[in-house]
Design a protein around this ligand. Structure first.
Ligand code: IPE
Ligand code: IPE
Ligand code: MG
Length: 599
């Protein structure tokens, strides 16, 4: 069957075949259920599906190994993958298959970064404390949706009518919660063995269950009620008629029958009763499992026969990028990722280039609302676009970029859920995302009050980890307010005056600036606000005193690095005068030149 799958997928090179076989075997031995689910894919997509699943499984295992630093191991693997993707090949079989799958099916492997980011956070988690719902959801969605997205992208590439970004819809998010919750319930004893309590903290409170109860495996009426409620919840999340109804029949039936395998696991968990707390991993009996899997495969195969994939992709994969010299997967920064369109930065005259661009990235909410998505979706896509813009800044050689991610007013006035989601995006896309592998020095600015302690720790460790980078200095303003910054400067000045460290009669602009939290940041040359509003919204009042200001109507998630280049090009046409008379052309300065007559 493997040979037939490879033949349908057009894989005939023996080394490549062997690489895919490694992936299939890894998935089969480490994730038996996911392997069964992968068999519901049409034959030609299965090898690519194993390559993606193997990458997820291998990286999860890298973090799970008890000795050493799991996070560093994962980072090294990600670095090696980024280089392999640029080269178009790899010496490692799992990555060789993944690189091939990415090129063949036009997959964007950065989508897996959210899953890797979740593993990094797992590696950093030390205590057995249950996470709040917000964190639980982020973990659940990062575990399943990126994989699902890759499967749907393959089918889209094969000609099926599957809209982009569907996995951002509520129904998909709930489905992923159902899959994750099923995992947590059926692997409960195993997680508890590792001191891990995976129920959302609020739910423990609601049922009056303590972490100690669970860790001591006490089957109290409260624990029983907690588990029953979650079994019910998982079952209802796994039933998403909206998804089955909105996809073409093949993928709809595949997903639906995939869920039936998870429902069988939930039934086994229900039957297990108190042993759920003790038995390592609860699964349906072999017979039940194979029966469920057999039925699912039969239905999926029938669906694919009745509604086959329209087209086998014939487009040649893009030529690999040749890198100057082989590089080990180390902390050496990677070159900027090129733009998907192949666009290159314009050549701007060095003396006209802005040195410091600051951006008010506005419009995430409106962008999402206009598409029937949630504001959170807008923030997530906005975050992706920020990463693209940072690559553009690296490509064009901008020294300083400062971005407004969250204002003090946003933190105070927006719903806690939205603020938490912006923080989640910042964690995944900036604190643990791909930028860490590039030549970007990151700095975080803003008030620490109101931000979670572990988030502040991550910010500081991120600054430390990137402090030796020299390419672009990226200042991320989060819970930042301009007036707050000025007030902090004044406060620091007064306190130094009080202790006699400065002469209070000699306050100067220079002195005040040196007390500002961002005093060492150069003045902003270009302040750019997207989203159509014409205001500054409390952003960098000191540094923008003489900035050129550009307002554009595009909503931030519609922006990419080409808009940054365009904004910088527009800046080069501005005449900066700083209060002086206009710079006159030599001819106009020539006193002997005839005076123009207005008559
Ligand atoms: C900017 O987008 C991002 C933040 C302020 C966090 P908005 O969320 O303000 O989007 P709109 O202005 O409502 O469209
Ligand atoms: C400014 O956007 C803050 C950020 C982009 C982070 P807002 O959307 O909060 O600004 P106002 O409320 O429209 O002024
Ligand atoms: Mg706004």
């Amino acid at each position: 069957m493997f040979a037939a799958d490879c033949a349908r997928a057009g894989i005939d090179d023996p080394e490549l075949k062997a690489a895919y076989a490694v992936c299939r075997d890894y998935v089969r031995s480490t994730r038996a259920d996911d392997f069964l689910a992968s068999l519901l894919m049409p034959s030609m997509l299965r090898p690519a599906c194993w390559a993606v699943l193997a990458a997820i499984s291998i990286t999860d295992d890298l973090v799970d190994i008890n000795e050493g630093n799991g996070s560093e191991r994962l980072r090294a693997w990600q670095d090696a993958l980024a280089i392999d993707l640029l080269r178009g090949t790899s010496k490692d079989p799992a990555r060789l298959a993944l690189v091939h799958a990415a090129r063949h099916w036009n997959l964007d492997m950065r989508k897996l970064d959210a899953t890797f980011a979740a593993y990094h956070l797992d590696a950093l988690r030390t205590a057995s404390i249950a996470a709040p719902w917000q964190e639980w959801r982020a973990r659940s969605r990062n575990s399943y949706l990126p994989f699902l997205e890759q499967c749907l992208a393959m089918m889209r590439h094969a000609g099926l009518d599957i809209p982009l970004h569907v996995t951002r819809l509520d129904a998909y998010q709930r489905l992923s919660d159902g899959l994750f919750l099923t995992d947590s319930l059926t692997d409960l004893a195993e997680d508890l063995d590792q001191g891990d309590v995976r129920f959302p903290a609020e739910e423990l409170g609601r049922f009056g269950v303590t972490e100690e109860d669970l860790l001591a495996r006490r089957w109290t009426p409260q624990v029983q009620a907690l588990i029953s409620s979650h079994l019910r919840q998982a079952r209802s999340w796994l039933d998403q008629p909206q998804i089955w109804g909105s996809l073409p029949p093949g993928p709809a039936l595949m997903l639906r029958t995939g869920c039936s395998l998870y429902l069988a696991r939930l039934r086994a968990a229900e039957k297990a009763g108190p042993t759920l707390l003790h038995r390592a991993v609860v699964r349906p009996s072999r017979v039940t499992r194979w029966r469920a899997a057999g039925q699912a495969r039969f239905l999926a195969a029938a669906a694919w026969r009745l509604f086959p994939l329209p087209a086998f992709p014939t487009t040649a994969p893009p030529a690999p990028v040749v890198l100057p010299a082989p590089r080990a997967a180390s902390s050496e920064p990677l070159p900027p990722r090129p733009h998907d369109s192949g666009a290159r930065p314009p050549q701007l005259r060095a003396e006209l280039m802005p040195r410091h661009v600051a951006i008010i990235m506005d419009g995430n909410g409106r962008w999402a609302t206009a598409r029937g998505l949630t504001r959170s979706d807008g923030h997530k896509t906005g975050g992706d676009m920020l990463v693209d813009v940072v690559h553009g800044a690296l490509e064009i050689g901008l020294p300083h970029l400062t971005v407004y991610v969250l204002s003090t007013e946003n933190l105070e006035k927006r719903p806690r859920e939205e603020v938490d989601y912006v923080l989640t995006c910042a964690r995944e896309q900036l604190l643990s995302g791909e930028l860490l592998r590039h030549d970007v020095r990151m700095r975080w600015a803003g008030a620490p009050e109101g931000l979670p302690g572990d988030f502040l720790d991550l910010m500081r460790s991120n600054e430390q980890a990137t402090k030796d980078r020299t390419g672009l200095s990226l200042t991320v303003c989060l819970n930042y307010g301009g007036r707050n910054e000025l007030t902090q400067g004044a406060d620091s000045l007064v306190s130094d005056a009080r202790t006699g460290q400065l002469d209070a009669t000699r306050v100067s602009e220079h002195l005040l600036r040196s007390h500002l939290p961002l005093g060492d940041l150069p003045d902003v040359d270009l302040l750019w606000r997207t989203g159509g509003e014409h205001r500054i919204s409390n952003f960098l009042p000191w540094h923008t005193a003489y900035a050129e200001i550009l307002f554009s109507d595009k909503l931030w998630p519609d922006v990419d690095r080409r808009d940054l280049w365009h904004a910088m090009t527009q800046y080069t046409h501005r005449a900066r005068r700083y209060g002086a008379v206009p710079d006159l052309q030599p001819a106009e300065l020539d006193h002997d030149a005839p005076i123009a007559s207005h008559s």
